[in-house]
Design a protein around this ligand. Structure first.
Ligand code: FAD
Length: 414
């Protein structure tokens, strides 16, 4: 063999080894990539996150669309929660949504003077996406005892006057309260009617095969107030990864511990710490303000990072998180241009909406939690801070008074 031939075979051998090494490296990267890809599609248990985001972002109709009530069903023994199944009047396909999001309704109702006025309210979609209908579940708000305040306007209107065949004006699904895309087990914590977004999340999550744990803590006074109990118990029996915990604060005489409910008392941190294994859970909380405040605060003190705590208020409840808006030291002047009123800001007012109302300035409002957009007001000059990021995107140059405080002297078009 000549030295040239030897050199040739050495080059061939080295090239083959190089090719083999490149092939093995590529194969390993491919396996890692596929594993990661499979994990990512598993992350949002309901639908592929990126495609749904794209669809949800591109989705939505602008303004209001007419829907017809196809079905109406009472959900609880106390007959205080009623579900409405809504189909689009135009017959076009329904827009997709993330389970946990809500719909915004605009109704024309008479005010106390008998004049018709526009009223806006939000209701969570209470089931996973369905091809033919949206479902919401509305709790009748009764007049507070020992008070002159009337019963809830819109919830009672739904219960008393909205029937199969009625039409409703809806804005497209929206909101940021839905299962986030991380591959983590989740804990859903619902108080009373706060169960509605959780039902959507739960049904959506269980519809997709995955082994992520789901814990649902659902607190009510007693069995009279439970909704979807049969379905929840059937889901828990069918899915070992679902842990269902029903908590009754005031059980009825024939509510049996172990059969009808799992814990006596309210959902609180000691219960969560007792039941939950140590895992990087994401917590989703929705319920009355007192429950939300204590649970969110308790979770933070327990060491759960803020990024793992998600909550939604159905009303003005604002859970205070740290750091809160910086304290205002210099006096700030608020001018309501249309009304022609200029007054110093009082820090006792939680929001600009409360401040305006306390001055007798008429401002539109709906959800009082940054979801419906009713209190959107143009800022003529000055700047505001938000107590929390609103769900509704106000138009440039305007703000939502219900979750804003002033940052500087402010002139509002109100
Ligand atoms: C994102 C989001 C999702 C929601 N999802 C759901 C859901 O799935 N299901 C559901 O049932 N609800 C849900 N809500 C709450 C819903 O939007 C309404 O707030 C609720 O139905 C009450 O509206 P209402 O018009 O019946 O009551 P309102 O007329 O707004 O009255 C509310 C309360 O204020 C009292 N009140 C009335 N006037 C005064 C006054 N002058 N001073 C002081 N108090 C007064 C009333 O007595 C009543 O207790 C959601 C809210 C949000 C923001």
């Amino acid at each position: 063999m000549t030295s040239m031939t030897l050199l040739f075979w050495i080059v061939v051998a080295i090239s083959l080894q190089l090719l083999l090494w490149l092939g093995i490296s590529f194969w390993r990267h491919w396996l890692a990539y596929m594993a990661l890809k499979n994990r990512m599609t598993d992350v949002n248990p309901t639908l592929d996150n990126s495609s749904l985001t794209a669809r949800a972002n591109a989705s939505g109709w602008h303004g209001y669309r007419t829907f017809r009530v196809a079905r109406k069903e009472m959900e609880d023994k106390a007959e205080s929660v009623c579900s409405f199944y809504l189909v689009p009047e135009d017959g076009h396909p329904l827009e997709p949504y993330y389970p946990g999001q809500y719909l915004t309704f605009q109704l024309m109702l008479p005010n106390s003077d008998g004049e018709m006025e526009t009223v806006t309210r939000c209701y969570s979609l209470s089931d996973a996406p369905h091809p033919n209908h949206y479902r919401i579940s509305v709790k009748r708000v009764v007049a507070p005892p020992d008070s002159a305040h009337p019963a809830g306007r819109v919830s009672n209107h739904f219960h008393n006057h909205i029937h199969p065949g009625s039409t409703l004006q809806l804005r497209a699904p929206g909101g940021h309260f839905y299962l986030q895309g991380q591959p983590h087990p989740v804990v859903l914590i619902a108080g009373g009617i706060g169960i509605t977004p959780m039902l959507a999340m739960l049904n959506g999550a269980l519809a997709t095969p995955s082994d992520h744990e789901i814990w649902l803590f659902y607190g009510v006074r007693n069995s009279n107030e439970l909704i979807q109990t049969t379905q929840l118990k059937a889901l828990a029996a069918a899915h070992p990864r679902l842990q269902l915990h029903l908590c009754f604060s005031h059980p009825l005489a024939d509510d049996l511990l172990g059969r009808d409910y799992h814990h006596k008392g309210r959902i609180d941190l000691p219960l969560l710490r007792l039941e939950l294994p140590l895992k990087p859970f994401h917590f989703y909380v929705c319920g009355p303000s007192a429950m939300m405040e204590s649970i969110v605060d308790g979770l933070e003190k327990w060491g759960v990072s803020q990024a793992h705590i998600h909550f939604e208020a159905f009303g003005p409840a604002t859970v205070k998180r740290h750091p809160i808006t910086p304290a205002i030291t210099d006096p700030i002047e608020i001018t309501f241009a249309k009304t022609g009123v200029s007054i110093p800001w009082q820090t006792s007012a939680a929001t600009l909406l409360e401040f305006a109302e306390a001055q007798g300035i008429k401002v539109n409002s709906g959800c009082r939690s940054g979801s419906c957009g009713s209190c959107q007001t143009t800022i003529i000059s000055g700047e505001i801070n938000y107590l929390h990021q609103p769900d509704y995107d106000p138009q440039p140059g305007s703000c939502l008074l219900c979750c804003a405080t002033p940052k500087t002297n402010l002139t509002l078009e109100a």
